[in-house]
Write a protein that binds this ligand. Structure first.
Ligand SMILES: *Cc1c(COP(=O)(O)O)cnc(C)c1O
Length: 334
């Protein structure tokens, strides 16, 4: 399948123009020189624009198009207190002219909101707390209550990762493929933070359909590799089905490492601290403490272990998240 054929299938879902695309693609010469391993490049999805950017903007372009088609009158999703996905959903809903209800994990705090949560409020989202409920179950219950009161909620799952959202990253792979072709760049590997799986599933499906040669390496943020691979395979296959393309990807078609889970989700350790400081001090660029800091820490470790070497050209796909930095002042050790 070529890029035009794939774009034609994606266009049938009529995504909204939410992001500033294509995002920049550039070399990290300072970081590459410091690590003395492969040539490292970066794909700047921290610069998708809307609501301080990030990878969810690409998924939300497809998701909110579906919400508007279905005449939803409120958008709902869930996540952690510092969820980047929730913040980008709040911004996207504002842009689409829809109210937004966020069901966030945990309890209300008395301290003023910070980081992503501050931005949720600026974008006008209504925040409800899951408290001791499972956040996903709380979301389903809150949506049901809204339906009973006559509203039409459009409910977006964790991370915007369903077949509709994943289309945003199939399109992103077409975008990268075209940039790489024009700039005559061949990447051996693409490294990214992988959590709810939509980003990696979309990139892998897109690469498979375009016969793009780079190996896509997901650094798992919170899941064991086997569980994440099952999620990736299910998402990629459901997305192919939605796009009416007869293909599927099996669990073994995905490269995932769970070697960098550290102390668990959102727990900042030495690899994250080192990665954040190294990128800041060699490039003047920021990653976040939860996702991209962990993924870059993983990439640095894989280079030190010799997995990526001088002959390779590795692309670090920056998925955003830097607004969370301002909620992690104490943990960053600077
Ligand atoms: C959500 C998120 C990810 C993970 O993307 P998934 O599609 O959920 O795997 C990575 N980085 C950042 C900054 C994110 O907000």
């Amino acid at each position: 399948m070529n890029s035009d054929e794939l774009l034609h299938q994606l266009a049938k879902l009529a995504p909204l123009a939410l992001g500033q695309l294509p995002t920049p693609l550039h070399a990290l010469t300072g970081l590459s020189a410091t690590l003395q391993g492969p040539e490292i490049w970066i794909k700047r999805d921290d610069l998708t624009g809307l609501g301080m950017g990030g990878n969810k903007v690409r998924k939300l372009a497809f998701l909110l198009a579906e919400a508007l088609r279905g005449e939803a009158d409120v958008v709902m999703t869930t996540g952690a207190r510092q969820s980047n996905h929730a913040r980008q959903t709040a911004a996207a809903a504002a842009r689409a002219g829809l109210p937004c209800v966020l069901v966030l994990a945990g309890e209300a705090l008395s301290a003023p909101p910070t980081g992503n949560h501050l931005l949720d409020r600026l974008f006008g989202a209504e925040v409800r707390w899951a408290g001791d409920r499972d956040p996903l179950e709380a979301l389903v219950a809150e949506a049901e209550a809204l339906r009973e009161s006559g509203r039409h909620p459009y409910v977006i799952p964790y991370g915007g990762s369903n077949a509709v959202g994943v289309c945003g990253f199939v399109a992103a792979m077409v975008e990268l493929h075209q940039q790489a072709t024009v700039q005559e760049l061949a990447f051996t590997d693409i490294v990214l933070a992988s959590s709810s799986g939509g980003t990696q599933a979309g990139l892998a499906l897109g690469a498979h359909l375009l016969a793009h040669p780079a190996r896509i390496v997901g650094i798992s943020i919170a899941e064991e590799a086997s569980a994440l691979r099952r999620q990736l395979s299910a998402l990629a296959s459901a997305t192919a089905n939605l796009l009416e393309i007869p293909t599927s990807l099996a669990t073994e078609d995905f490269t995932v490492t769970d070697a960098y889970l550290g102390g668990g989700y959102g727990v900042v350790g030495e690899p994250e601290r080192e990665a954040l400081q190294l990128l800041a001090r060699t490039e003047g660029l920021l990653v976040d403490p939860v996702y991209t800091g962990r993924a870059l820490g993983g990439l640095i470790d894989l280079i030190r272990q010799g997995t990526f070497t001088a002959g390779d050209r590795v692309l670090f796909w920056h998925t955003g998240g830097s607004p969370a930095l301002f909620a992690y002042g104490e943990e960053l050790g600077v």
